[in-house]
Design a binder for this molecule. Structure first.
Ligand SMILES: Cc1cc2nc3c(=O)[nH]c(=O)nc-3n(C[C@H](O)[C@H](O)[C@H](O)COP(=O)(O)OP(=O)(O)OC[C@H]3O[C@@H](n4cnc5c(N)ncnc54)[C@H](O)[C@@H]3O)c2cc1C
Length: 463
């Protein structure tokens, strides 16, 4: 592992940083700050996940893409995570008639990666502790924060004892229902919004075959798009897939209607006919796993006087349909790290500059993630959308240096989310107009599409 980007003038060994929350973002942040020499302590309300009895627990995964990898690589941890990651090169769509169609995510080797959420969290914790001198304190719930003086109160789960921790800076990565943000909400001029979407989700399972192999193509993110609802499945290294059913919590085609085991079986058999036989534990999983909600959180400002700042889901929780929640939180850490250099370790400048840069990007990815819900659930069945994607993919194959789709900008680049959103919108409008004016379907059918693209390149790729 190379630690050479660290310059001695940024070693602030006398500065104490408290991180609230040892989730994915808090642990990565701890690695970055520990590596710089800050005295970092992370307080987590739950028990140490590494000591939890491992057994036949569920494997829950999430997709890591370029922004996540950039942040992991920069602190020297990318390779440790890559060892257990599975490349997913595209979406495998499963129709109601059990037909399969594959849409590559990018070009060449571009892929998103399925990683174990628990495994990644533990890896980050392990490195934070062992390589970067970070201290973790578990079973400690943040109860209150004195924002002015960067003091926080934590209550121990077992003893109920309350301790007060003084530090130079408090960085809050305590997730979508952040206690620290809750305290900041009382500040004058603090904006906050919380929006639940109309869909909930439930995690289910497709086990490995008897020989431990995957029963579906493991190099794909599988999607069963059905309009108002959809199921997705991501591969795990043990041969299983973690499935997630997203569907409205009430009304037509909703969780509310799946109110008996018979209904659940009937529904899966009818709407996911190829997945149903691969889900022998459907009933058990259905009953054991919670139906959870999906929330979008926006707030402003994320910081208070160079003393306290929110990062990750605590400042911008988004819906999971672009696979960018963790990736954007990891990018927060990467950007904050750059600000430490830019402002020579002066937190009164670092925190406002960080929040000012990231807020528009967090807003953009929140909008894009919601938009992608419709794309995944519905538009993948829309012929107009599919034709636009096909045209776009061919342009990317022919001119990879000149053109990137919105999906590629978000997933396979480090272009700011707000800029990706602006360009993506312009591209979409242009493709709609071009498809109206020209017989793109015909050009694909008679093999003249490449000529068409060459001739119209400037119009096609202008942003
Ligand atoms: C169904 C689903 C699928 C997803 N898939 C993807 C994906 O494919 N790719 C992707 O990039 N993102 C995905 N995400 C988003 C991703 O899970 C989150 O963005 C990410 O976990 C945020 O990390 P975090 O550290 O900010 O918050 P969290 O992971 O929520 O961690 C917060 C931590 O703070 C602790 N905590 C909370 N309150 C306190 C307190 N008062 N005191 C002390 N500790 C506290 C919690 O116990 C927890 O450990 C998905 C989310 C969902 C719901």
């Amino acid at each position: 592992m190379g630690y050479d980007y660290l310059s001695p003038e940024h070693m602030k060994t006398n500065e104490r940083i408290t991180i609230v929350g040892a989730g994915l973002v808090g642990c990565l942040l701890a690695c970055y700050l520990g590596k710089r020499g800050y005295k970092v302590t992370v307080y987590e309300k739950r028990a140490d996940r590494r000591k939890a009895s491992s057994g036949a627990g569920r494997s829950i995964n999430l997709a890591c893409s370029d922004r996540g990898w950039q942040a992991l690589d920069h602190v020297g941890l990318g390779d440790a995570v890559r060892k257990e990651a599975i490349a997913m090169r595209g979406r495998m769509l499963h129709s109601k008639q059990s037909e399969l169609s594959f849409q590559p995510y990018g070009i060449g080797d571009e892929a998103i990666y399925s990683v174990s959420r628990g495994g990644l969290n533990s890896t980050l914790m392990e490195h934070a502790e062992k390589d970067f001198g970070v201290e973790f304190v578990f079973d400690m719930k943040c109860m209150d924060v004195d924002l002015e003086n960067a003091k926080a109160n934590f209550k121990h789960y077992g003893s109920k004892e309350i301790i007060t921790v003084e530090s130079d800076v408090i960085l809050a990565t305590d997730g979508a229902f952040s206690r620290v943000r809750g305290i900041m909400q009382h500040l004058n001029h603090f904006d906050y919004s919380q929006d639940y979407i109309d869909s909930d989700y439930k995690e289910l399972n497709i086990p490995a075959a008897a020989d431990g192999s995957h029963v579906l193509d493991k190099e794909a993110l599988h999607i069963w798009p059905r309009g108002r609802y959809m199921m997705i499945a991501l591969p795990n290294p043990d041969g299983s897939f973690t499935c997630t059913l997203f569907m409205p919590y009430e009304g037509e085609d909703s969780f509310e209607q799946l109110n008996s085991t018979e209904e659940v079986h009937r529904f899966f058999k009818e709407v996911f006919p190829d997945a149903y036989p691969l889900m022998p534990t459907l009933e058990e999983d259905w009953n054991a796993n919670p139906q959870a909600s999906l929330v979008i959180i926006r707030c402003h400002p994320w910081h208070y006087k160079g003393k306290v700042c929110l990062l990750g889901d605590a400042s911008h929780a988004i819906v999971p349909f672009y696979g960018q929640g963790m990736n954007s939180g990891f990018e927060d850490v990467y950007v904050l790290d750059g600000m430490i250099d830019a402002y020579n370790g002066d937190w009164s400048k670092i925190l406002p500059a960080f929040a000012k840069q990231r807020k528009p990007d967090a807003d953009a990815i929140a909008d894009l993630a919601l938009y992608n819900y419709r794309v995944m659930a519905d538009s993948v069945n829309d012929p107009g959308f599919l034709l636009r994607k096909k045209l776009e993919h061919r342009i990317m194959e022919l001119y990879p240096e000149k053109y990137k789709s919105l999906y590629s900008m978000v997933t396979f680049s480090h272009i700011r989310y707000s800029e990706a959103q602006r360009r993506g919108h312009a591209q979409d409008q242009r493709f709609k107009a071009i498809i109206k004016e020209h017989d793109i379907e015909g050009h694909f059918a008679d093999g003249t599409i490449d000529d068409f693209i060459h001739k119209n390149l400037n119009t096609l790729i202008t942003t």
